[in-house]
Design a protein around this ligand. Structure first.
Ligand code: FRU
Length: 905
C-alpha cells in the first residue's frame, strides 16, 4: 500500500471539509416554484386573492410563490405565462383575463407536463389540471332566488353585467335569468354593461317619469355601489334595492355596504386564493386533486352581515396572530438557520481540527522517530569525532610538546656556539668554520620547529597581530642583507629596489620577517647559480596599497600547481627538494592577518606579490603596538647566518657593584648554562622551583628569572606571590618560557612579570634585559631617594613600593623625637624581619634603613633650623638625637656645614 504522507492527509481533510459544507448548503436550496398570473390588479377582490395566496404559501417552507400582474392587458398576461413555461416553474396558476387568447399557452404548459390551475375564470379547453372557484351559475341563481323570496308584487330589475365575456359574467347572467324566467312578478327591465353604467342608468332614470326599476342586480359589489351613487345623485336611491356580488370584507366592500344599508344583499363569491395554493401543493406532492374544486357561495343580507363581519374580524385577528407568529417563526428560523450554519461550521472546523490534530500527532510521531534516529546517529558521529579528535589532539599535542622540548636544547646549542665563538682559542682557528656549520644547521632546525609550531598556532587561531609602524625599505634591506652573502657565493644577481625609501607601513615585524624569509628561502632554493632574484617595493601612489614583488629566475611552478601553492603540505610536481610544504601556507596566513594578500605567477621563474595596506585604518586598535622603528634588532632574531666575528659582545662585568640574580628553572642544562653566563657579572642564586619563593624572600635578589613549567608552583603563581609581597614586590621579574601564545603572554603580564621572553631566547637579549631592568630600578631608586617628602603625599603612585615607603615615612615621622626608635622597632611595626627591611630599603632606596631614618631626622632638623626659633639642642631632641653633639656631628657629615653655621647663613 502506498504510504500516505502528512501532506496528502492534510489535503484529503480539507477536501472532505469542503464537500460537507457544500452538501449542507445544497440541501437547503431545494424549493418548488409556483407562479401565478393575475389578470386584474386594481380592485380589492383581486388584492384579497393575491393576499390569500401569499399567506397560504408562506405556511410552506418548500414553496416559493411569484405573482405576475397583467393589469388587464392580455398581451402582458400571455408573456407571463410563456415565461413561466420556459423557466422551470413547477406549477402555474392563472386567472385568465379572457378565455380564448390564453388557451394555446395553457395547453402547451399542460402538454409539457406543467400542472396548470385555473382560478375564478374558465377557458374553452379541458387541458388544465384543476379549476378553483365558486359556481357562478349558483351566484346568479342565489341572487334571483333572494329577490323572489322577498314576495314583492312587481319587481323590475336593472341588470348590470361585467364588460368582458369572462365565464363569471356569462354564468352569473345565465343563472339569474334561469330563475327569473319562472317568476311571473319579476322581470329584467334593463340589462346593461358596466362600462355603460353612468350614461345608461342616468338616461333610464331621467327619461321615464314612472319608476322604471326597483331592483338593481349588479355583477359585483363595486358596480352595485356605483349604481347606488348614481341613484343617490338623482335622489331615488331609497326607492331602489341594490344587490351585488362578492361579499368582500373591508371598507366600502360588500359586507360593510350591506351593513350600511346601501346594498340589500351581496352574494358571497370567495376568491379561492388559499385553495389554489393548497391544490398546487397537493399536486407537487403527487396527491390526487379533483379537476373542479367548487367553492361555496351564499347570500349576505342585513340578517347575517354582522355575523359575517364578526367572523371576518376574528379571522382577520387570527390572521394577524398567525402573521405575527409567522414573523416570529421566521425570525426564529433565521436565528436557527444562522445558529445551525454556525454549528455546522463549528462542527466542520472541529472535525477538521480533529483530523489536523491526527495529522499533527502522526507527523509529530514521525518527526520524533526521525529526530531520535538523527540524535543516535549524531551521538555516534560525535563519539567518533571525539575519538578522532582525542587521538588527533594527542598526536598533535605530542608533536607540539616535542617541538617545544626541542627548543630548549637548540637554544642551548645556539647560545653555547655564541659563547664558543667568543672563545679566543676558537677565534681565528679552523674550528670556527665547523662551529659556524653547527650554528647554521641548528638555526635551520630551529626555524623548522618554529614553522611547525606556527602552523599549530595558526590552526588554533592563537596568533595576535602586533603591528608597529615600520620603514618598509629598511625592514626589507635588513633581511636582504641576510641573504646577500649566499647570493654572492652563488653569483646570483640579487637586488632590492623601491620607489619610496621613506614609506612606513604597519607590520608585525616578527611575522613579516617569517614571510620574507620564507619567500626568499624558496627563491634561493629554486634559483640556479648565476640566476637572478629581485625584491621590488612599489608604493602605489594612487591608491592605499603597497606591493612587494619577489621575483626569481628559478625553475618556476607548473601552471596546474599554481592554485595549490598556498595550501598546507602542498608540494609542486616539479619540486624534488625536501620541504615541509607549510612555509607558503603560513606566509599567506600571516599576510592575511595583515588584511593583505599574496599572489603568485610563474613565467620564466616565479613571482610572488604581497599587497599590503598603507596606514593603520584596516587594523584593530589591539593589533597595533608601539615599537621603536628598527632599532638595532639584529640581536632579536637569529636570521643572520653565522659568520666569523659575527657575535656581539655581551655582559661587560662591572667591578664596582655586583647585583644578585635568582634563577628559578628546573632544566639542569639551562640552569648550568645561565649560571655560567651570569656568574661573571652577578651573584647567581639558583632554585629548581621547589623553593623559589622561599629563596626570594630570603635573598631579596636584584632580579628574578623564572621558568613557567615548574614542578611545584607554576612560574605565573610564583611571580604573582612575589609581586604581591611587600618584601619582594620591587624585584624585576623575567618570565622565560617555551609557551609562545597570547593567553600565556597575557597571563604572564597579569601575574606582574616585568618581561616575558619566549624560548628560544638569545642570551644577548636576556642579558641586555637584565641590565636594562636593573638600570631602570636604579632610576626609580634615585627618584625615591630624592622625593622622600613628596612620597608622603596622599596621591598614590600606585605601586606597592610607594605604599611601603609612605608607611615607613609615617612610622618614622611618628617617632621622630624618639631617640630610642630603632630599625628593629620599624621592622616589627612593618611585620617583616630586620634583614628583609634592610634589603628591601637597600633595594628600592639604595641606602641602608638606618641611614634613611637618619636622613629624615636631619632633613626635618634642617627645616626646623630654617623655620623656627627653637634652640639647636631643642631641635636635636625634637628630631630624635640622643645628644646635641651627636646631632651636630651628623648634620655636619651630611650637609658639610654645622647646624649653627647653617642657621646663621
Ligand atoms: C373582480 C371581479 C369580481 C368578480 C370577479 C369575476 O375583478 O370583477 O368582482 O367576482 O372579478 O371574475
Amino acid at each position: 500500500m502506498a504510504k500516505l504522507n502528512s501532506h496528502t492527509i492534510l489535503k484529503i481533510c480539507i477536501i472532505f471539509f469542503f464537500l460537507c459544507f457544500i452538501n449542507c448548503k445544497n440541501k437547503k436550496e431545494e424549493k418548488y416554484i409556483i407562479g401565478f398570473s393575475q389578470c386584474i390588479s386594481k380592485d380589492d377582490w383581486r388584492k384579497a386573492m393575491d393576499y390569500e395566496m401569499k399567506v397560504e404559501a408562506s405556511l410552506y417552507e418548500e414553496i416559493d410563490l411569484t405573482i405576475f400582474q397583467a393589469n388587464e392587458d392580455i398581451e402582458i398576461q400571455k408573456s407571463h405565462v410563456e415565461y413561466m413555461i420556459n423557466n422551470g416553474f413547477d406549477v402555474i396558476i392563472i386567472s385568465p383575463l379572457r378565455p380564448e387568447p390564453l388557451v394555446y399557452l395553457i395547453e402547451r404548459a399542460h402538454d409539457k407536463g406543467i400542472p396548470v390551475i385555473l382560478i375564478d375564470r374558465k377557458i374553452n379547453s379541458e387541458k388544465f389540471t384543476a379549476y378553483v372557484g365558486a359556481n357562478n351559475l349558483d351566484v346568479g341563481r342565489n341572487a334571483a332566488n333572494y329577490i323572489a323570496s322577498l314576495n314583492e308584487k312587481q319587481i323590475n330589475v336593472l341588470e348590470i353585467k361585467g364588460s368582458d365575456n369572462s365565464s363569471p359574467v356569462i354564468e352569473r347572467h345565465l343563472g339569474f335569468h334561469k330563475i327569473i324566467n319562472n317568476e311571473p312578478n319579476i322581470s329584467v327591465a334593463y340589462s346593461i354593461k358596466d362600462e355603460d353604467l353612468e350614461p345608461r342608468m342616468s338616461q333610464i332614470l331621467d327619461s321615464i317619469s314612472v319608476k322604471p326599476f326597483n331592483y338593481v342586480y349588479a355583477f359585483n359589489d363595486n358596480i352595485a355601489h356605483d349604481a347606488w351613487k348614481i341613484a343617490k345623485s338623482k335622489g331615488v336611491e331609497k326607492s331602489i334595492k341594490f344587490i351585488g356580488v362578492d361579499g368582500l370584507y373591508g371598507t366600502n366592500n360588500g359586507i360593510q355596504l350591506v351593513e350600511n344599508g346601501i346594498l340589500l344583499a351581496t352574494i358571497l363569491y370567495p376568491t379561492g386564493g388559499d385553495e389554489a395554493i393548497k391544490i398546487a401543493r397537493k399536486i407537487l406532492h403527487n396527491e390526487n386533486v379533483p379537476k373542479n374544486n367548487i367553492l361555496n357561495t351564499t347570500v349576505i343580507d342585513y340578517r347575517n352581515a354582522e355575523i359575517m363581519k364578526n367572523q371576518y374580524d376574528k379571522i382577520n385577528n387570527h390572521q394577524n396572530d398567525i402573521e405575527n407568529q409567522q414573523e416570529k417563526i421566521k425570525q426564529q428560523q433565521e436565528t436557527y438557520s444562522t445558529q445551525s450554519k454556525t454549528l455546522k461550521l463549528v462542527l466542520g472546523l472541529l472535525i477538521l481540527s480533529l483530523l489536523l490534530g491526527g495529522v499533527l500527532i502522526y507527523s509529530w510521531n514521525i518527526i520524533r522517530r526521525k529526530k531520535r534516529e538523527l540524535e543516535i546517529s549524531n551521538k555516534k558521529i560525535l563519539i567518533q569525532q571525539d575519538q578522532i579528535k582525542t587521538s588527533n589532539d594527542a598526536k598533535v599535542n605530542f608533536f607540539t610538546g616535542l617541538s617545544h622540548e626541542f627548543k630548549t636544547p637548540i637554544t642551548l646549542i645556539l647560545s653555547s656556539i655564541e659563547s664558543l665563538s667568543e672563545n679566543n682559542i676558537i677565534k681565528g682557528n679552523k674550528l670556527l668554520r665547523e662551529v659556524g656549520l653547527v650554528y647554521n644547521n641548528s638555526k635551520r632546525l630551529l626555524r623548522l620547529i618554529n614553522q611547525l609550531l606556527d602552523f599549530r598556532k595558526i590552526e588554533d587561531r592563537k596568533f595576535i597581530l602586533k603591528a608597529s609602524e615600520t620603514n618598509l625599505y629598511e625592514f626589507s634591506d635588513r633581511i636582504f642583507k641576510d641573504f646577500e652573502r649566499e647570493a654572492q657565493k652563488r653569483n646570483i644577481d640579487f637586488t632590492l629596489k623601491t620607489n619610496d625609501e621613506n614609506l612606513k607601513i604597519y607590520i608585525d615585524r616578527n611575522l613579516m620577517d617569517k614571510v620574507y624569509f620564507n619567500l626568499l628561502s624558496n627563491a634561493f632554493k629554486f634559483t640556479p647559480d648565476n640566476g637572478k632574484i629581485d625584491i621590488n617595493i612599489v608604493n602605489e601612489i594612487d591608491n592605499n596599497f603597497v606591493k612587494i614583488l619577489f621575483k626569481d629566475s628559478g625553475i618556476g611552478i607548473p601552471k596546474k600547481d599554481l592554485q595549490g601553492v598556498f595550501k598546507a603540505f602542498f608540494q609542486a610536481s616539479n619540486n624534488n627538494k625536501a620541504s615541509s610544504g607549510i612555509g607558503l601556507h603560513l606566509s599567506k596566513e600571516f599576510v592575511e592577518m595583515h588584511k593583505g594578500s599574496i599572489d603568485v605567477s610563474s613565467k620564466h621563474g616565479t613571482e610572488f606579490t604581497l599587497t599590503l595596506y598603507k596606514g593603520s585604518a584596516h587594523l584593530n586598535s589591539d593589533e597595533i603596538v608601539y615599537e621603536p622603528d628598527l632599532v638595532d634588532d639584529s640581536i632579536l632574531n637569529f636570521n643572520s647566518d653565522f659568520e666569523e666575528n659575527d657575535f656581539i659582545e655581551v655582559g661587560v662585568p662591572n667591578d664596582e657593584e655586583r647585583y644578585s640574580v635568582l634563577i628559578i628553572e628546573d632544566n639542569p642544562d639551562l640552569i648550568k648554562y645561565l649560571r655560567n653566563k651570569f656568574i661573571g657579572d652577578y651573584d647567581v642564586y639558583m632554585s629548581d622551583g621547589s623553593d623559589g619563593i622561599e629563596k626570594a624572600f630570603e635573598l631579596i635578589p636584584d632580579i628574578i628569572i623564572c621558568d613557567i613549567n615548574l614542578p611545584d608552583k607554576s612560574g605565573f603563581e610564583i611571580c604573582e606571590i612575589l609581586k604581591k609581597d611587600l618584601r619582594t614586590s620591587h624585584i624585576p621579574t623575567i618570565i622565560l618560557t617555551a609557551l609562545n601564545n597570547k593567553e600565556s603572554y597575557i597571563k604572564g603580564l597579569e601575574s606582574g612579570a616585568d618581561l616575558y621572553l619566549t624560548k628560544p631566547f638569545s642570551f644577548a637579549i636576556l642579558s641586555q634585559s637584565v641590565k636594562t631592568m636593573i638600570y631602570n630600578r636604579e632610576k626609580l631608586r634615585y627618584y625615591f631617594i630624592n622625593n622622600i617628602h613628596k612620597i608622603n603625599i596622599e596621591e598614590s603612585f600606585g605601586s606597592v613600593e610607594q605604599e611601603f615607603l609612605t608607611k615607613i615615612n609615617q612610622i618614622i615621622n611618628k617617632n621622630l623625637d624618639n631617640s630610642k626608635f630603632s630599625v628593629e622597632n620599624l621592622a616589627s611595626e612593618l611585620n617583616i624581619s630586620r634583614v628583609q627591611l634592610y634589603r628591601k630599603t637597600k633595594a628600592i632606596l639604595g641606602v641602608t634603613i638606618s641611614d634613611y631614618i637618619q636622613n629624615i631626622r636631619l632633613e626635618e632638623a634642617k627645616s626646623l633650623l630654617q623655620e623656627t626659633l627653637l634652640t639647636i639642642s631643642e631641635i636635636a631632641y625634637a628630631t630624635g638625637f640622643s645628644s646635641p653633639n651627636y646631632f651636630s656631628t651628623s648634620f655636619k657629615n651630611k650637609f658639610d656645614i654645622s647646624p649653627k653655621a647653617f642657621r646663621e647663613s
